[in-house]
Design a protein around this ligand. Structure first.
Ligand SMILES: Cc1cc2nc3c(=O)[nH]c(=O)nc-3n(C[C@H](O)[C@H](O)[C@H](O)COP(=O)(O)OP(=O)(O)OC[C@H]3O[C@@H](n4cnc5c(N)ncnc54)[C@H](O)[C@@H]3O)c2cc1C
Length: 391
């Protein structure tokens, strides 16, 4: 009996090298495919703030060979919500058994560290990553590759033919095009044929970091500090359209304390949703003035507070287009950060791509795999997107 032909290796074009694009590049290259990632920035602009990745995302990261210790990932064992004025406990969850019940821990990490590690893994593909490959590669001997083109300007996107043209005139043809270009996705606009503005949730977010020493030097902050805990302070007695929320957890082995103040109300600071705008500290203190002074004390200690406005998107009827294009991450299902699932869902997308685009026997079976992607991801990601809602 003759053995089946070896699986084919696809040429895949990915637009965007955020969490979605980099994890997808890694996941698909582990299947033996050849990936070109187009990134308009130099990848040095990831925001100085932390992110939590729940076990569903950490399972994917682990399968990609992610080095949790290397990035100083903090194991989040508890989630606690307190009243933002009285500090009365409202909710508590114990995640200590997450490894057994969910297959992975819940990690907090610095965004820069997460991105750098994903980029390292992506570029490692096809090189010396034999350990990760042996755990995850379903394509036997096929060796994939990832090229990341940074600082590129895309001048033409053809979602029907999986084709990209960049400003120096080069044209790239893929078997598959993946739009991982975030909230303002150009690939999404081309694929759907609609250019819609994102939805303003009304939330403004103010973020800052404090070194652990600074927290430990101050008796009030030190007394409040809890290890391995994601603390949320909120105002349950206020209306959702006019309220505040304060979130605190640590990253980088606990060396960095990460804070986020969420404000929704009549006072409009900004229409800017991009990262990196510096807020006036006294204004922030005024906006959050009604919460417990012990929380305001943290804001007073901040050197730099970054702010932006939060937008989301209406759900899409499909993440796949023209049997050649798939949207992932925020390009597909941008959601508010309230339940911390946007990045984690991007990782689930990468996990699904890895599972579905393994051992492809021929190009003619590609459209079937692309259609399966919607079956696997559309309802799940959309439910999470809707569940998070506008606040
Ligand atoms: C305050 C806040 C807190 C959050 N906290 C969490 C959390 O704790 N846990 C969690 O899971 N999620 C969280 N999220 C959500 C998470 O940050 C996002 O869902 C995630 O970063 C989206 O990743 P992405 O790769 O899809 O998009 P992006 O990070 O936006 O990346 C898109 C990339 O595409 C590039 N790009 C865009 N257009 C083009 C183009 N035309 N050509 C080439 N490149 C292009 C961009 O430069 C960028 O690098 C939070 C979000 C916010 C705002």
């Amino acid at each position: 009996m003759s053995s089946p032909p070896p699986p084919i290796q696809l040429n895949i074009l990915i637009v965007g090298a955020g969490i979605a694009g980099l994890s997808a590049a890694r996941a698909l290259s582990l299947n033996g495919h050849h990936i070109t990632v187009f990134e308009r920035s130099q990848l040095s602009n990831e925001v100085g703030a932390a992110i939590t990745i729940s076990p569903n995302g950490c399972r994917v990261l682990r399968a990609l060979g992610f080095d949790f210790d290397g990035v100083g990932g903090v194991d989040i064992r508890y989630l606690q919500t307190n009243h933002a004025v009285t500090f009365e406990k409202i909710f508590f969850a114990d995640f200590r058994d997450a490894e057994e019940t969910c297959g992975a821990k819940h990690h907090a990490m610095h965004r820069l560290d997460l991105h750098r590690e994903l980029e390292r893994l992506a570029l490692l593909s096809g090189a010396e990553d034999s350990d990760a490959r042996s755990q995850t590669n379903r394509n036997g001997n096929a060796t994939g590759s990832v090229k990341i083109l940074k600082g590129v300007t895309i001048t033409r996107i053809d979602t029907e033919n999986a084709e990209i043209e960049i400003s120096d005139g080069r044209v790239f043809n893929g078997d598959l095009l993946i739009g991982a270009d975030g909230l303002h996705s150009e690939v999404r606009a081309h694929a759907t044929g609609k250019r819609e503005e994102p939805i303003d949730t009304g939330w403004q977010i103010y973020r800052f970091l404090l070194p652990r020493e600074k927290v430990m030097e101050d008796p009030v902050m030190r007394e409040m500090k809890k290890e391995n805990t994601r603390m949320i302070y909120e105002m349950p007695d206020e209306k959702a359209e006019s309220t505040v929320r304060f979130v605190w957890y640590e990253c980088r082995n606990g060396e960095i304390q990460n804070f986020a103040g969420f404000y929704r109300g009549v006072e409009d600071q900004t229409k800017v949703e991009d990262f990196g705008h510096i807020a006036d500290k006294e204004t922030v203190i005024r906006l959050f003035g009604r919460i417990n002074p012990k929380l305001i004390n943290f804001i007073r200690h901040a050197d730099k507070i970054l702010y932006w406005r939060v937008y989301e998107r209406y759900p899409l009827p499909s993440f796949t287009y023209h049997s050649r294009t798939i949207l992932i991450g925020d390009a597909a299902h941008a959601m508010t950060p309230m339940t911390a699932q946007g990045g984690t869902q991007a990782l689930e997308d990468a996990g699904a791509l890895h599972a579905l685009f393994a051992a492809i026997p021929s190009l003619s079976s590609l459209s079937e795999r692309i259609a399966l992607y919607d079956k696997v991801r559309l309802i799940r990601a959309t439910r999470i997107q809707l569940g998070v809602g506008g606040g």
